[in-house]
Design a protein around this ligand. Structure first.
Ligand code: FVH
Length: 289
């Protein structure tokens, strides 16, 4: 028996297996393309001939594949081997997919934890690598020490959908930031300002913007969008006209920033002209909260 089996040896799965080995655990591996196991076998891992063999080798089975469909595809032929195991699925997916997979695992007699990895492969095994978990609490308690070898483990609750919910919330925040930053670099670059010269000003500004987030969170939780507003949406809509015109005038497409302008205009038209930026959350909700 091994301490843990890792199914999937892409960039992330290989990093997970390497971190487990480095922490002194015994690791069994399986990957669709067997050659990816070779470097880890040289470090002491055991390569299984099939997914079934890999599952049978350990009570704790960590899967990190491309998407959920590939998890089903890989595990279906070996699903009966899952009984009495804990399946930890670190594949990126949606809350609905995680809940469905928790059911699928339960019908096979397995405990299920879903996970969201807030790190890139080189960070795995370090404290900076945050890994979110949700699902079977007893399984998290039982395997927390092993999972701790991958990074800082944070348990969010017994609903398996909570880890992917938080994972995707954090990733969409990151892509929103990338969207604005890409536009900013393109704008300054249109006048040949080197990106590295603009960078300190940009990071200082973003640091200042971060300090506004607690107020935004308070407004969203309380629904108080109108008191003590210092930059209302009507003013922002007028300024946004300039953001679009300046981008296009500088030879930069406005496609990254135009959706925010549309949303602000929608909010103003819906009576939120005197409200704070935080009220935009009401504009994108598509079901009662
Ligand atoms: N890499 C990253 O920066 C991010 C960080 C945050 C978490 N993500 C998610 O992690 C999952 C795996 O990502 P990855 O980086 O390891 O991805 P790849 O290097 O492309 O490896 C994909 C593995 O999936 C296997 N695979 C694909 N299709 C199948 C299939 N039909 N049956 C069985 N296995 C399959 C693939 O096998 P092979 O191509 O080597 O044979 C790899 O093991 C992912 O959800 C990220 O969103 C990573």
């Amino acid at each position: 028996m091994s301490d843990v089996s890792v199914i999937g040896l892409g960039a992330m799965g290989s990093a997970l297996a390497a971190a487990l080995l480095k922490s002194g655990l015994s690791v069994t591996l399986w990957n669709r393309s067997p050659a990816k196991a070779e470097a880890l076998v040289a470090k002491g891992a055991v390569a299984a001939a099939s997914v079934k063999d890999a599952i049978e080798a350990s009570k704790l089975v960590v899967a990190c594949l491309l998407v959920y469909d590939t998890v089903y595809e890989a595990f279906e032929p070996a699903k009966d081997a899952l009984a009495g195991r804990t399946l930890v699925n670190l594949t990126n997916g949606t809350p609905a997919q995680a809940r469905e997979m928790a059911q699928w695992a339960a019908t096979r007699g397995a405990d299920y934890l879903d996970g969201g990895i807030m790190a890139v492969p080189p960070m795995i095994g370090q404290a900076e690598a945050l890994i979110l978990y949700s699902g079977a609490h007893a399984a998290f308690e039982a395997h927390g020490k092993t999972l701790g070898a991958l990074g800082a483990a944070r348990y969010l609750g017994d609903d398996a959908g909570l880890a992917p919910l938080h994972d995707i919330a954090l990733l969409t925040a990151m892509y929103g930031l990338f969207s604005g930053v890409t536009n900013a670099f393109a704008l300054t670059g249109s006048e040949k300002v080197p990106a590295e010269k603009f960078l300190p000003m940009l990071t200082n500004w973003l640091g200042a913007v971060m300090t506004w987030l607690p107020d935004m969170a308070r407004r969203i939780d309380s629904g108080d969008y109108r008191s003590d507003v210092v930059s209302n949406l009507e003013m922002q809509a007028a300024a946004f006209d300039n953001f679009i015109a300046a981008s296009e005038g500088q030879g930069v497409s406005s496609e990254l920033i135009a959706p925010m302008f549309q949303l602000i205009k929608k909010a103003v038209a819906s009576g939120y002209g005197d409200a704070d930026q935080a009220s935009l959350v009401e504009m994108i909700r598509t079901r009662p909260q």
